[in-house]
Design a binder for this molecule. Structure first.
Ligand SMILES: [Zn+2]
Length: 662
């Protein structure tokens, strides 16, 4: 379970109360909530107070829905572009190294003829194999080949992933379908119109294989019916976020075999190359979908299954297939940018594993890592004090939480290792051959990983993305290189300014270890709801309820739209937990001021109104302005530092304030 922070950035969200208001409004209206925001006093609207210059001068670039962001992440893209260009121009790289791969990708991409290269032979062969299958058993073996050699998930969304219930082990998991062939199940809840695109695309694809219009249309309709069947079997869960990691059902090998009566599922795993010793226990999110897929694996549905595979192959490899068919011209993006620029974009988009170690080497130092880890340790001490003082918890639970706290490990840029060059030394040829060779190493690694233990220090998140996350099953916090620098963390800068910024994010992530989703994982990352005493769980849930009311009753955007307290509960509490932690590390009001200002600045962002309104219903994070003001309005020392009084915009009566730990 990854808790991704939204820290003003990529996975992002929203908001500012400022949209639509200008300071000149003040004075022309009766004293109101609006006037309080615009007063510019920290006691009325701290978010605006701390970000006033940026927000007042914000300009939306044409086409952009955000402005005045705390951090401009085009800086990261620019750095990556420079890395790729430098490597492409260099020489003398070890075969199979990251630089070798980037340079090979660059050169082969530039010389590949995307306008007239014929369909690559192995791709054409597998397309023919799909269409020539006589039985479902034959077709599922081709599906195994598509998985193993082309990285295509056809009939299942299958992956070697962590076993939620046996810490450190991996398990083959059937992830749920929330879409099929680009048709999202959510869209089907509103009607079948999304299927018409699927039918027409499939018709076009089948025509390239020599079928007439009517037959091709039939394939499309049969595929649409197949998608509807799986959607119909899915129950109410149609979106990714309706599934939680603890929804994983474990199936034994025998149970899985008894679901798959129409095909030999164990032969399928063997054909892909999964270690048979690890094919006796499976993770599954939606058993009814598997039962449905089995019911479709019959001769009668063969055309629909073939159309599914063809759709997947064409979608994944369109740029290599389209040059051979005029009818596919509309499916590839015609760019007029110079080919060199396109090659750089290709590498930045698809070879992140190669650019990532180079990014770390250029933009991360031991000095930064030492300072970062030292701040993480301080935050851990802050939590130790909070938990130790939480006398409302029973003694065994407090002891357990401290153990869990002590067992948290940090994963940073220093944990990212370069890869084994021998695996990549043989790849080359033209761009397609390079691309397939490279892709196949990645797939083989995933297949082989099934029998390998999970490394708690393994880097799961790209170090070039601005993010941090907590993993409940690993009990670790990943802090990327991109967030451990620039405006988030200055190794030579002020400690409390750093603490209010990246420190607050890390404290937020550490807070997730104890939120109501993750607390059911014990100190070793094992799913174990029993390890917290019932009375402590009840106490935590009672606080949850109060927090839902606090956010819903007191905070709105545009004065009318309330945040969804349930939806945002986990993130709101992580924010609050983080703030309660970092303020314990301050020694003076001056330290606290730095923390508060830096915290508010880290969430600076102006969004267009429609984005804010849309995200209120879908984002698990509250809008930025609420992440700042709601948290500080319930932070006791904030009242002391700024002498907030009844009547001020930030004032909440003491009896309505909430706390995570106090
Ligand atoms: Zn979070």
């Amino acid at each position: 379970m990854k808790k991704l922070i939204g820290a003003a950035l990529i996975c992002a969200m929203t908001a500012s109360l400022i949209s639509g208001c200008t300071p000149s409004d003040v004075g022309t209206v009766e004293p109101s909530e609006t006037a309080k925001w615009m007063s510019g006093r920290p006691q009325d609207d701290f978010y605006y107070y701390a970000n006033r210059d940026k927000l007042d001068n914000a300009e939306f670039e044409y086409g952009s829905v955000y402005a005045a962001d705390a951090f401009d992440d085009s800086l990261i893209v620019e750095r990556l572009e420079n890395i790729v260009k430098d490597v492409a121009a260099g020489s003398g790289y070890e075969k199979g190294s990251e630089e070798y791969i980037i340079q090979t990708a660059y050169n082969t991409f530039i010389s590949y003829d995307f306008d007239s290269e014929p369909v690559p032979e192995d791709l054409q062969n597998v397309i023919d194999e799909v269409m020539n299958a006589k039985t479902a058993d034959e077709l599922i073996m081709t599906d195994a080949k598509l998985y193993r050699d082309f990285g295509i998930s056809g009939f299942f969304t299958l992956s070697a992933s962590e076993d939620v219930y046996i810490s450190g082990r991996r398990i083959l998991t059937f992830y749920p379908f929330v879409s099929m062939c680009d048709v999202s199940f959510d869209s089907l809840a509103d009607g079948n119109s999304a299927l018409s695109g699927l039918v027409s695309d499939t018709r076009v694809y089948m025509q390239t294989l020599g079928y007439d219009v009517d037959t091709s249309s039939e394939y499309g309709k049969k595929l649409a019916n197949l998608v509807l069947s799986v959607y119909g079997a899915s129950g109410s869960k149609t979106a990714q976020d309706s599934y939680d990691v603890t929804d994983t059902i474990i199936l034994s090998g025998d149970e899985l075999n008894s679901i798959f009566t129409n095909v030999d599922i164990q032969e399928y795993f063997k054909a892909i190359g999964f270690d048979p010793n690890f094919c006796d226990r499976f993770g599954c999110y939606n058993k009814d979908q598997l039962i449905c897929m089995n019911s479709l694996m019959v001769e009668d549905k063969l055309d629909a299954l073939k159309a599914l595979e063809i759709h997947k192959i064409y979608s994944s490899y369109m740029r290599f297939i389209a040059p051979s068919y005029d009818s596919l011209a509309g499916y590839v993006y015609d760019s007029y940018k110079p080919i060199e620029e396109l090659a750089v974009n290709e590498i930045i988009s698809n070879l992140k594993n190669e650019t990532d170690p180079l990014y770390v080497e250029r933009y991360y130092s031991k000095e930064t890592d030492d300072a970062l880890r030292s701040m993480c340790d301080d935050i851990r001490e802050g939590y130790r004090a909070l938990i130790s003082d939480a006398t409302w918890l029973t003694e065994p639970t407090r002891k357990g939480l401290i153990e869990k706290l002590d067992n948290i490990v940090y994963v940073t840029g220093t944990d990212l290792k370069r890869h084994d060059t021998s695996k990549y030394a043989g790849i080359g040829g033209n761009f397609y051959e390079f691309y397939m060779g490279y892709t196949r190493v990645g797939i083989a690694d995933n297949i082989a990983s099934l029998s390998q233990p999970v490394d708690r220090y393994g880097v799961e998140m790209k170090m070039q993305t601005v993010n941090a996350c907590y993993s409940a099953t690993q009990n670790n916090i990943t802090i990327t290189v991109a967030i451990a620098g620039d405006s988030f963390f200055d190794v030579n800068g002020d400690y409390y300014t750093n603490l209010g910024n990246l420190g607050a994010t890390i404290a937020h992530e550490m807070g997730h270890a104890f939120d109501s989703n993750c607390i059911v994982f014990d100190q070793n990352g094992v799913y174990n709801p029993e390890w917290i005493a019932d009375e402590d769980m009840d106490a935590l849930l009672e606080r949850n309820e109060k927090a839902v009311r606090y956010f819903e009753d007191n905070f709105t955007v545009f004065g009318i739209y309330h945040v969804d307290g349930e939806l945002t509960l986990g993130e709101n509490f992580a924010d609050l937990s983080g703030m309660e932690c970092i303020v314990t590390l301050a020694h003076s009001n001056e330290d606290l001021e730095k923390i508060f200002k830096s915290y508010a600045a880290s969430y600076c962002r102006m969004s267009v109104d429609v984005v804010i309104i849309g995200q209120l219903s879908s984002d698990v994070h509250s809008p930025e302005v609420i992440r700042v003001n709601a948290i500080l309005s319930t932070t006791g020392c904030f009242y002391d530092v700024y002498d907030v009084q009844e009547g001020d915009g930030m004032y909440i009566p003491p009896e309505n304030r909430i706390s995570r730990w106090h």
